[in-house]
Design a protein around this ligand. Structure first.
Ligand code: UD1
Length: 416
């Protein structure tokens, strides 16, 4: 298994390009299932999760072709509406095929994602929504089995804000008979990117980006070309890395849009940030100040940036209180950061981080995607060498991580 060796203590400086958003690409790839004509996507990041999704779609009968960051999906024929356990177990987002497959093929068998390192993460809301739209949904032998002649528009209300839940139901509703209203919908920018792609395929959707989305079902969707939005979490991760290492960077192919909560906290920490139309510049202060935060659905502070800010707070001046309200077990990076010398106390969903003068390199273990990112940030700051094990998590969500870090002057090396 690959490991990442980082020699810390070098402030990041220079320019790096930001890739297309993983969390927009995954649902939008699934949108191809809704049409009989090809969907062409540009700015698709080369990530293991994207590769898994393409494999999943291909084994359903979708013809996939890829040329760099451009992917074309032709779902004219769907001959196997099944998402098997072997593929689903590595990526929870596989559940995103459930809605479009049910709507288009009238049947779907999708393995339950099962437990996940960061929490139970059930899919009851996805099932509840499809059932309300008239599908017969059973959970048997570890699979969600949905069947329907044609979905019917319905008024849907999710018990909590769920991103992939909203996306699944919005996609399903595009081909339903009549109007669907999703209340308590997720407002994440990736939901809006998906809605924009669906509208360009002929869907009738209004309200995406607000908590009430209305979808008027149509008989069919057509092909289109769509550019995936920039990855706001990748952007935020590099901003944190630059801030923590005391550097100054320019990130291109991205913008401050959708990053207000993150940028606000970085400025509170003392960073200077300047946004351009298609780039962000950050300059770190001499000494970072501790910043407290609480994760919540968009537009509040994203749970996917919590771990990176914990890393940043480990060497800030003062004490930060971090509250995680989305996932019940998302502090696994804390014990690894403690191995590097951080002072962190965890009590339930609250972490108290007292800044220390320095971190010391050590061997640490990556446990999930964003936890791994926080260890990279800590490794860049720590004195001496940090060896991060199990970096396959990083390959799921960060395109060309070492190359981008090297371009920013970091001393990193992948060890086979
Ligand atoms: C998406 C993102 C992930 C991010 C998360 C929260 C993708 C591919 N992944 O994950 O990176 O961390 O949003 O911003 O976009 N829940 C239920 N029942 C359900 C659905 C969700 O109880 O049917 C709970 C979850 O356990 C969690 C909360 O709702 O506690 C939010 O989860 P959700 O927004 O669904 O996360 P994902 O869409 O899986």
């Amino acid at each position: 298994m690959d490991k990442l060796l980082i020699e810390g203590g070098v402030p990041l400086r220079g320019e790096a390009g930001i890739s297309g958003a993983k969390n927009a690409a995954l649902p939008i790839l699934c949108a191809a299932l809704l049409a009989r004509e090809p969907l062409t996507l540009t700015n698709v990041p080369k990530l293991n999760d994207v590769g898994t999704m393409l494999k999943l779609l291909a084994q359903m009968g979708v013809k996939v072709s890829r040329d760099g960051a451009t992917v074309t999906l032709d779902a004219a024929e769907l001959n196997n509406p099944v998402a098997p356990y072997e593929l689903v177990k590595t990526m929870r987002a596989s559940i995103l095929v459930l809605g479009p497959l049910t709507a288009r093929a009238g049947e779907a068998r999708v393995s339950l994602p099962g437990g996940c390192a960061i929490g139970a993460r059930p899919v009851d809301q996805h099932i509840k929504g499809l059932t309300a739209m008239g599908a017969e949904v059973n959970v048997e032998h570890g699979y969600v089995h949905a069947k329907v002649t044609r979905l019917k528009g319905a008024r849907l209300f999710t018990d909590m804000v769920t991103v992939t839940g909203t996306e699944n139901l919005m996609m399903a509703a595009c081909l339903a008979d009549g109007e669907t209203v999703i209340e308590n919908a997720a407002r994440e920018p990736e939901v809006v990117d998906l809605a924009n792609c669906l509208v360009s395929m002929g869907a009738q959707i209004s309200g995406a980006g607000s908590d009430v989305i209305r979808i008027r079902g149509v008989d069919r969707l057509h092909g289109t070309t769509h550019r995936i939005m920039p990855d706001r979490i990748e952007t935020g991760t590099y901003l944190c890395a630059a801030a923590a290492s005391g550097g100054a960077v320019r990130l291109t192919g991205t913008s401050t849009s959708y990053l207000d909560a993150v940028i606000d906290k970085l400025m509170d920490a003392g960073c200077e940030i300047q946004g351009e139309r298609d780039a962000i510049n950050l300059k770190a202060p001499q000494q970072l100040q501790a910043v407290s935060l609480r994760t919540s659905p968009y537009p509040a502070f994203p749970t996917d940036m919590q771990a990176q800010f914990m890393a940043l707070n480990t060497i800030a001046d003062g004490t930060a209180i971090i509250r995680e309200t989305i996932f019940e077990n998302r502090f696994m990076h804390a014990v690894e950061l403690i191995r590097l010398g951080a002072n962190i106390k965890i009590d339930g969903n609250t972490a108290v981080v007292k800044g220390v003068a320095k971190l010391d390199g050590a061997t640490v273990m990556a446990t999930d995607l964003r936890a791994s990112a926080s260890l990279v940030i800590a490794g860049l700051v720590a004195q001496g060498e940090t060896l991060i094990e199990r970096i396959y998590h990083l390959d799921r969500g960060y395109e060309r991580l070492e190359q981008k870090l090297l371009a920013l002057g970091a001393r990193v090396r992948r060890v086979k």
